[in-house]
Design a binder for this molecule. Structure first.
Ligand SMILES: C[S@@+](CC[C@H](N)C(=O)[O-])C[C@H]1O[C@@H](n2cnc3c(N)ncnc32)[C@H](O)[C@@H]1O
Length: 428
């Protein structure tokens, strides 16, 4: 690694290299957990800094034509709301799981709001003031730590178990002395006493490049559970409860990772349907998981209506059918949304969609708009994907109405949005 300090004008006459250090003024926050700085004409995405700070940064990636990546290694002019990160793994070159532990909790909400607004503006051409709401009881003191009830950690050849370092396959070794501070109580302890199943051990020895992974879950209804990917063992079901209804979900299946998130999103989705008469109507819950939002839609359409929940994972679809078996108006379908949509009715009254990080995509947005629902409620875990799909829906005749954003992932750059789309008469 080079310790030579390049002048800020990069006029040293040689190409910058990983490890080079330079002092930079730190600009706005950008999507992905970093801030934007400029070094000559070059954009530098800097982790571990805050907007308005001056920092010495170390280059971590110079492989792209248009930009570099860097870590702030010394803060020369700190922001007033910079705080000391609690986690020892939150540092340059360290864990990639958290991005904002160095900002106080309210500043984190502002950073995330700025990112959502910027993505909507740049990608969808929509100017919107965004406020990110903290989840109940989770903004002060300890509340931003110990919340993550599910983690998926990797096992490396040296027996280390933990999350990966930022933009790297290197495993960050988690131990009781150096725990993951956002993981729910008991998960770090469980990781340190895990037996690696024989089948997973063989995978590791077989020259596979992909590291074995384990999901650790702290369900509301019991002790922490570990599920190794590829172990071939039966995966236990756990129970989560929202609005008085129990949902069975595989211990390694999808469920919101913050203990308050599912209930908050369920309420926000319900609120987005307020004032819309759906009794006896039809509704789709796309990317439905184990049926969380289908339960809300079933209430809205009532026993004379019909709800279809579509989910790509067979186990989750089975759980959805079982979880909602007492609601005969709900049908659970296993399949990929983009394929199943072709076979569905050509009219629907209401849609909820909660796609993975990549978003629903243009084809799905266009196909949905063609069914002329009176409301589309989009639950989004990635603001860039939400902005892309907002643009696609706008072209197809739907405008963004209300937008709420929630801090379901404190200390990280991740944000969950609930966006309501309605027909835009002016585009028809
Ligand atoms: C963000 S989760 C939402 C789950 C559910 N709405 C909830 O809140 O618990 C996204 C879900 O979409 C499923 N999925 C991913 N890609 C899919 C596709 N192309 N078609 C159908 N389901 C898909 C995943 O298995 C996952 O259960």
């Amino acid at each position: 690694m080079t310790t030579e300090h390049l002048p800020a004008d990069s006029g040293s006459g040689r190409k910058p290299r990983i490890g080079d250090e330079v002092e930079l003024e730190i600009g706005a926050v950008a999507h992905g957990g970093h801030c934007v700085a400029r070094w000559d004409t070059r954009v530098v995405f800097v982790r571990h800094a805050l907007p308005g700070e001056r920092a010495r940064v170390r280059l971590t990636d110079v492989s792209h034509a248009g930009y570099f990546r860097a870590d702030a290694i010394a803060i020369l002019r700190p922001d007033a709301r910079r705080v000391t990160p609690r986690c020892g793994h939150f540092r340059p070159g360290g864990c990639g799981g958290c991005d904002f532990q160095h900002a106080d909790p309210v500043r984190q909400l502002e950073l995330k709001a700025a990112v959502v607004a910027e993505q909507l503006s740049r990608i969808a051409g929509i100017e919107r003031q965004v406020q990110v709401e903290a989840l109940p009881g989770r903004v002060d003191g300890d509340a931003g730590y110990g919340w993550r009830t599910r983690v998926r950690w990797a096992l490396d050849a040296d027996g280390r178990i933990g999350p990966r370092a930022a933009r790297s396959h290197q495993v960050v070794g988690i131990s009781v002395a150096a725990p993951c501070e956002i993981a729910a109580p008991g998960l770090t302890e469980l990781a340190t006493v895990l037996e690696v199943p024989e089948r997973v051990r063989r995978l590791r020895g077989g020259g596979h490049r992909k590291l074995p992974e384990v999901t650790l879950t702290h369900a509301a209804d019991g002790a922490p559970i570990a599920v190794w990917a590829g172990a071939g063992a039966e995966v236990p079901l756990i129970t989560e409860t929202v609005a008085g209804r129990d949902f069975s979900v595989a211990a390694d299946g999808f469920w919101q990772v913050h203990p308050e998130a599912a209930a908050v999103l369920y309420a926000a989705v319900g609120e987005a349907f307020d004032g819309v008469e759906l009794t006896g109507g039809t509704a789709w819950d796309l990317y439905g998981g184990v049926g969380l939002f289908a339960a809300e839609l079933a209430d809205r359409v009532g026993p004379t209506g019909a709800v279809l929940t579509v989910e790509g994972d067979a186990t989750a679809t089975e759980s959805a059918a079982a979880n909602l078996a007492d609601l005969p108006q709900v049908r659970a379908v296993n399949g990929r949304v983009e394929q199943v949509l072709d076979e569905l009715a050509d009219r629907v009254d209401a849609v909820v969609l909660d796609p993975p990080r990549s978003g629903a995509g243009r084809a799905v947005c266009v196909a949905l708009a063609a069914r002329q629902p009176s409301v589309i409620v989009y639950v989004a875990c990635d603001p860039a994907a939400l902005a892309r799909d907002t643009a696609a829906l706008a072209e197809a005749g739907y405008r963004l109405d209300t937008l709420r954003a929630f801090d379901c992932f404190p200390q990280t750059h991740h944000i969950e949005c609930v966006a309501r789309f309605v027909p835009d008469p002016s585009s028809r």
